[in-house]
Design a protein around this ligand. Structure first.
Ligand code: ZN
Length: 679
């Protein structure tokens, strides 16, 4: 499973703090001139990510990353073709025009064309990556004709006998007629899902035919079934329903051949035998298309925990198949984030110290407590369906029996979330909702670090702390269990992030960093998370209820001492923390109560706490926040350009790999179109 992209938007709004459920760590401070955002168009923005730690890899690990990156980039045509059968022809037309058009590039229609072209690249096709709807060009068919005819000498995707007019006749309905293949994935279960979806997993077959085909194949008693249909297309040939299986000699053969070429080079520089076996097993699967071999590869992969470098490469997630069987091709290369792992280990090693000193009743404390280990990675390249739009975490493999019998790997991708946070701070969002420059500066300086430590405390210690009284069921709080549990882990983190122990353990440079966490928690819980709620709605999501409850409770209880004040400037509302010591005391008090509620299974108290402080929305403040947010005109979806890896050779041997971050979005798309595409 990909920890989905919808989460990302939510994350970007938390202002570098408090993304409970998502691990974060401390990347080296970014060079101030690093431009996180490289482009913005339609509802999208393009960001860059850094790859902290790449320079510290050994030459051989860098070589491995390089080969795996090439294997990751070679699948771009595959995902584009999977998304819709005419996408490659469309993309090649786009590339030919962008490179070859000799007419006026100052024309407003040219701008409209470029926006559409960038969207085609972003979605790996003509359908929106999130809504799955075909996005209409905002230029005319006549303008497209003028572009094609004005790009003399450019390599358009026309066959031997084809003419430019044939191409135009072919493209016109595909691009301009909303009724032609308008939906990539149909969700309307009352109609034929297969014929009504434009996605290219099926051709000439009906839903009933596909279902009958797989029903015959699958053995419901098989305890270890393969993922039927994962790497194939179902088509009709000579009146019969058949599968075209992806393999080196089959479907996508020429691209898979390239992928295999680079994987084999990677196997030659693997860090250890186990990793070499993993790569070889994947190659074996690509050679044969045999799904049993894909399972064998996954089992080896799950057990490869020691290698520093890791990767995903294949037909994996099934979100784009209306029948949920066909895997979209995706790839990612990554390596362990050692700093983050070390930080979480430090916290984990002191788990008992924290438990013993927490402000809760001793009856509710664990006598022996262990921290959970952290798994944080740094992405080095994104490919296929992970590019440019990318998940912030990965939890694989998907086959249930492998997960049950062999386990799974669940990781969060630190440098991607960091890029989101930094871009968000630069976006105007921070300035709009922060009371003073001083507080904003502190957020920029410490927000990411404080957010990481908060998340570590929440995940590594918070959820695992405390115990239920004998006889109390873990389901006692029923529908209030999740928000109470999330607030409990958050409060544990908030209480301890302001403890001198953080500085003593070298986790925070000073408690000023903890102030950034408090500022963020209060601002988010009382105000900025409302940007994610529709007008007239209440708060539903568990993490959000937990955060709202903690912030509103602290605001109310701190009123006599003015711990948090509500300020207004130019008609805009702000919440400002005035007394961090008192606020910590309040967090401790609430932690003690929430722990009591949990330990005793006190349903009525849980309900009162959540319903009083965590659900309702002040409609007037909500309206104001939504208006302020809309004015910022932030793009709701983001994606990334990749860094560029350039190998350095000496006497024919690769001795180093240089990394650079200066490639632009259009530049990268055009280069990939040339270097990683086959006609
Ligand atoms: Zn949590």
């Amino acid at each position: 499973m990909n920890i989905k992209k919808t989460l990302i938007f939510a994350l970007a709004l938390t202002l570098a703090v408090l993304a409970a459920g998502c691990r974060k760590s401390e990347p080296p401070a970014a060079a101030p001139e690093f431009a996180w955002q490289v482009d913005k168009f339609a509802d999208l923005r393009i960001l860059r990510y850094q790859v902290p730690g790449f320079a510290d890899l050994t030459p051989s690990q860098k070589e491995l990353v390089y080969y795996l990156s090439e294997a990751a980039l070679w699948g771009r045509d595959i995902i584009t073709d999977q998304n819709y059968k005419h996408n490659l022809a469309v993309r090649r037309t786009v590339e030919a025009i962008v490179e070859g058009y000799k007419g006026d590039r100052g024309d407003p229609q040219w701008t409209a064309f470029m926006t559409w072209a960038k969207r085609v690249w972003f979605s790996n096709g003509i359908h929106h990556h999130y809504s799955n709807d075909k996005f209409p060009p905002e230029f005319t068919p006549e303008y497209l004709a003028a572009l094609i005819k004005g790009s003399e000498g450019a390599a358009f995707p026309v066959g031997d006998s084809g003419t430019v007019d044939d191409l135009l006749a072919f493209l016109r309905p595909i691009l301009f007629d909303p009724d032609v293949d308008g939906k990539k994935v149909s969700q309307d279960a009352t109609k034929d899902l297969v014929t009504r979806s434009a996605v290219n997993f099926y051709d000439g077959v009906t839903q009933a035919e596909v279902e009958a085909y797989y029903k015959k194949l699958a053995d419901p008693k098989d305890p270890t079934p393969v993922s039927y249909g994962l790497n194939s297309r179902v088509v009709k040939k000579g009146g019969k329903v058949v599968e075209e299986v992806a393999s080196i000699d089959g479907l996508y053969g020429p691209h898979i051949s390239k992928i295999v070429h680079w994987l084999e080079k990677a196997a030659g520089v693997a860090e250890n035998d186990r990793q070499r076996q993993v790569i070889e097993a994947l190659v074996e699967y690509y050679r044969t298309g045999d799904l049993r071999k894909f399972d064998a590869y996954n089992i080896l992969w799950v057990h490869d925990l020691d290698s520093h470098v890791d990767f995903i490469n294949g037909f994996i997630e099934v979100y784009s198949d209306p029948l949920g069987m066909k895997g979209s091709w995706e790839a990612m290369v990554n390596f362990k984030d050692l700093a983050a792992t070390k930080r979480a280990d430090t916290i984990s090693a002191n788990a008992q110290w924290f438990e013993d000193r927490s402000p809760v009743d001793p009856r509710f404390k664990k006598k022996e407590v262990k921290g959970v280990s952290a798994k944080v990675i740094t992405a080095a390249i994104l490919g296929g369906d992970c590019y440019p739009s990318t998940p912030i975490g990965i939890n694989l493999p998907n086959a249930n029996w492998i997960r049950k019998n062999h386990g799974s790997k669940s990781v969060t991708i630190e440098n991607i979330t960091y890029a989101y946070d930094q871009a968000s701070l630069d976006s105007g969002f921070g300035k709009e909702f922060t009371w003073s420059d001083e507080i904003l500066e502190r957020a920029k300086r410490y927000g990411a670090l404080a957010g990481n430590i908060h998340t570590d405390l929440h995940e590594v210690l918070g959820h695992g702390s405390g115990q239920l009284l004998p006889g109390v069921s873990s389901e006692a709080l029923r529908n209030y269990h999740s928000p109470v549990e999330e607030s409990r882990a958050d409060l544990f983190a908030l209480y301890y992030i302001m403890d001198e122990k953080m500085v003593e353990l070298g986790l925070l440079p000073s408690l000023d960093a903890a102030k950034a966490a408090y500022d963020g928690q209060i601002r988010n819980g009382l105000m900025t998370q409302l940007t994610r709620i529709q007008p007239g709605k209440t708060i539903e999501q568990a993490h959000m209820r937990g955060r709202a409850m903690v912030a509103h409770w602290a605001y109310e209880k701190g009123k006599p001492d003015n711990v948090i004040s509500r300020q207004t400037r130019d008609g805009k509302t702000f919440f400002v923390v005035n007394d961090y010591v008192q606020l910590r005391r309040l967090f401790g008090e609430l932690l003690a109560d929430v722990q009591r509620i949990t330990s005793e299974g006190d349903y009525a108290a849980a309900r009162d706490l959540i319903e009083t402080y965590g659900v309702q929305v002040d409609p007037e403040l909500h309206r104001e926040v939504l208006e302020r947010y809309a004015k910022l005109d932030l793009a709701p979806y983001s994606g990334f350009v990749n860094p560029v890896y350039t190998p350095v050779f000496e006497n024919g041997r690769m001795v180093d790999v240089k990394i650079s971050f200066d490639e632009g979005y259009v530049e990268q798309m055009l280069r990939y179109g040339k270097e990683y595409s086959l006609r």
